[in-house]
Design a protein around this ligand. Sequence first.
Ligand code: ATP
Length: 697
Amino acid sequence: MNSLLALAGTSLLNDKGSSIQDLEQRIPGFSVLQDFFKKWLRLDLTTLLTAAALMGAASSGAQSIQETGSKVYWWIVRFLTASISIAGNDRLNREVLNWLGAHVLLKKGTRILTANSETIRNDAWSYRRVSQERNDYHHEKRMPVQYLPTFGTTWFIHKRNIFMVRRILTSSSHYHSSWTRTPDEYAGAPEGDEPLVVMCLGRSVEPIKRFLGTCREFADKQREAYITVRISKRGYDETWDTTILRPLRPLETVHFDEKTKDALVADISNYLDVNTRKFYNRRGIPYRRGFLLYGPPGTGKTSLSLALAGRFGLELYLLHMPSVRDDSVLEKLLPRCPRAAWCSSRTSTRWASSAARAGQTATTAKTATTTRTSLTRTTTRPGAVQLHALGLLNVLDGVASQEGRIVLMTSNFAEKLDKALVRPGRVDKMLYLGHISPRSSELMFLRMYGPDADGAAPADREVQLPREELERLALEFGNKIPNEVFTPAQVQGYLLNYRNSPLDAAGNAGHWVQEEVAAIEAAKEKARKAAEAKKKKRKERKLRRAAKMAEAMRNYASDDELEELRQKVEEKKKRKKNGQNEGEEKEKAEEENTEKKETKNTEEGKKEGEKAEREQSDDKKRSNDEKTAEEVTPSEQRDEDCSTTHDAPNGVSHGTESPKIKEEGSTAEVKTGLNVNGNGPVAATHTAAINGDSDEH
Ligand SMILES: Nc1ncnc2c1ncn2[C@@H]1O[C@H](COP(=O)(O)OP(=O)(O)OP(=O)(O)O)[C@@H](O)[C@H]1O
């Protein structure tokens, strides 16, 4: 190239003939080519070569200038700037981008954008799938396109410091970019996980640290209106892979007993206090808190979880247990929750009972937990039940369990949960969320039709009623809603039918209540009949089985054997009915009776005999009375107690069993119920119940 350049220079400066001679000497056959180009293409080869040589010289000049510039740039970067790099999957990375988007890129105005709609799998590009798309749904299906600013390297001034943020491309586009020297902005859409390097002019990293702090504060402010819900969907992957931002739900919008709500908030505030942590640590108490929210579906368990997480500015982590491969996943996932996160889970009875059964047969574990952590109802694989059950107990408060978390479990059937799961330490408080009260209905009405939280009236409301009128209607509505009959979700559903007309909502409430109550009664009647039919069927089946057995015995056993068997069955039945203790008492009474009968012939003996008979008949009577009372089985007794606890309208209730209390040889299970609602039975904390002390409120 250099010789060509020299020749070209000669050809321009000297006369043409001598330069061609020179060229001919250096490139044999040049004159032939020259003639060919001149004759057939009418081009002067010498001029062409001269132009090409000049362009080459210019390009190599530019390249060397660029290389020098690049060297100077990196020299400045190395000696005159400080920098901090942030990995692509670090939350801070997003927070920096977020700040840049709001404060630099949008303000600068940019001609280079990234378009963003939804992530699809590669096969979605196939023609077949596209052609199957139904036109009538097409518009609803499409995600709106989001246009975001993009950048490779951007500089800006923040608090009198010059900053430069460089996004480092990691994908295949990087290869093309460097090869063709395309600026990063044109190299392809960022995938969102590119590392960042934040540089600042100067030799200290302090301004960068302050800048990163600003980015975090900005992100926190933006998040204030939302709570972050993290879910682990892919059970084989031990990561919290899905993040959902849910609008913040104020605690005031979850209606249940106000005192209970205040007590709950105070409990959590107290737990999160830094002094509490110190207290726990110094005394060697594991710093953990667990709650069980239970009650019928649609009573606000999920809503309360979200509202509490929002209230305390914590993230909510949801576990989807059925997709958890094994305990090891569970043991890795939970420790990855940051301290003081909420871990919300949902328990299911079906899983509970099967886990409990599995627990009974387990040799390595004392008990089995009965929870399934999930917000959706799915069946669990029987083989995996025990595995997860024990794994969950471990991560809740085993040796490897993480401290500083709040675990929130929800269940529709708390009374059927295994005691190992709900024991203090794993579940410190059980809160019952029940059917709605007139007062809560009134508050719900006010929330539905009152002005928004920011004081703005809903734009789509037909008539904006004055506050007094609204309060009057709310009271009227509340009075029409019977106490503890409907779930809050039902009442909310009704009100949503009259979203824009509070007058109609209040006016039609009576009629709606009548219809709903009738429907509830009909459903109850149906359930009662179904239960009766089931009972009848079970009885018939039992009779058939007994007849079959009798038939078999008649064929194969002698009369004596039959009689013996019959007596044994009778005895067994009696023992079962009266209970072991009563049986012993009877034996004793019979013995005494025999003794007394022997002395019956004497005067004294006669009297004593009569007395003994009287005593015996009294005993018998008493035992019959007891029998009648005990025909209510312990499980029925439990149901009755629970229903007492459930009676609490939207209140925090706590039903726990005390140890069995022996009374004159008979065993009875005693339960204490907690109701902090003010109108139900006396409250008792978990510990109090176990101590048999129900005075604690
Ligand atoms: N106590 C309540 N106060 C206000 N709204 C409520 C309340 N309970 C339920 N709702 C409303 O009813 C709907 C269902 O509530 P949510 O999902 O919290 O119930 P849940 O008890 O978790 O039900 P499930 O047991 O079926 O999961 C939500 O839209 C919520 O706004």
